[in-house]
Ligand binder design. Structure first.
Ligand SMILES: Cc1cc2nc3c(=O)[nH]c(=O)nc-3n(C[C@H](O)[C@H](O)[C@H](O)COP(=O)(O)OP(=O)(O)OC[C@H]3O[C@@H](n4cnc5c(N)ncnc54)[C@H](O)[C@@H]3O)c2cc1C
Length: 250
């Protein structure tokens, strides 16, 4: 991971869509070829720039969903379509395999998991799962022994990104645990009604503060603030809680 950690001047690069796959009905993963990609750390993001033929351009940030194992000129982005959103609708519904976009990165040095020995608590709201998935994948790549717990808040079972991969990883890896919080609709037989993230959920499915876990919280701004407040109220050291806000309100 060392090469990616070295800071350098960021330049725009042309990226080509090698593959695209739907994670849910409204979230698509773009597998991008980026020549001379310098590598990245799990949790980092890129800036994406789209430019229309008339010169109008729009720029947004997207977390990198894939881990980087030391070679390969590719990154994966997973984009949740925001209704009426300018950029996400194009990335999900307009961009086709073989087409290009501009990309700059990797960006960020704080919201990053660096294979430290502490247990890890990941708290995701909606598409906030994307950089946390990169951390889970990176831990898998290095066969990390740190226990990881993911608490993933999502509207309905159909909105879960990476559902199959998460289930497979949990099955094969006793050090990884995933707990879902469904805010609008639960699966049949789910033991709790739909509802938002609570103190009880993070108390039960997070790590006790005494374990001094590294905590990463990511999602819409209001979700991140609520989750961070709960964690601090439960006694977690605020300095160990790293947050990434995606914007939006829910
Ligand atoms: C560091 C960082 C990493 C990010 N990583 C990802 C990622 O991995 N996957 C991903 O899907 N998104 C990610 N985002 C969010 C992304 O940058 C865009 O904000 C999002 O795709 C909406 O852009 P848009 O142009 O479609 O919507 P816009 O045209 O900008 O906004 C349309 C409407 O949607 C609202 N809105 C804007 N953003 C959001 C949001 N995130 N949730 C709900 N409503 C919103 C706006 O307030 C506005 O009302 C990330 C944001 C940041 C800052």
């Amino acid at each position: 991971m060392a090469r990616a950690a070295v800071s350098r001047r960021l330049t725009w690069r042309a990226a080509t869509v090698r593959e695209a796959r739907w994670e849910t009905a409204s979230a698509r993963t773009l597998v991008l070829d980026v020549p001379d990609w310098p590598g990245h750390l799990p949790g980092q993001h890129v800036d994406v720039r789209l430019t229309a033929p008339d010169g109008y351009s729009a720029q947004r940030s997207y977390s990198i969903a894939s881990s980087w194992t030391g070679d390969g000129d590719g990154v994966e982005l997973t984009v949740q379509r925001v209704e009426d959103g300018e950029v996400s609708t194009y990335l999900d519904d307009g961009l086709e395999v073989g087409q290009q976009l501009e990309l700059r990165g990797p960006v960020g040095g704080w919201f990053v998991w660096r294979n430290e020995p502490a247990p890890v608590l990941l708290v995701a709201g909606g598409s906030g799962v994307v950089p946390l998935m990169a951390m889970i994948r990176a831990r898998g790549d290095v066969r990390g022994r740190q226990p990881f717990r993911l608490v993933y808040s999502v509207r309905t079972p159909e909105d879960v990104c990476f559902a199959g991969e998460l289930a497979r990883r949990v099955r094969d890896d006793p050090g990884l645990d995933v707990h879902y919080v469904y805010t609008r609709k639960t699966p049949d037989g789910w033991p709790a009604p739909a509802g938002r993230l609570t103190v009880a959920t993070l108390n039960t499915h997070g790590w006790p503060p005494d374990f001094a876990p590294d905590v990463f919280v990511c999602g819409p701004t209001s979700f991140v603030e609520t989750a961070a407040d709960i964690l601090v109220a439960l006694g977690h050291d605020p300095k160990k809680i790293r947050t990434e806000r995606f914007g939006g309100t829910s």
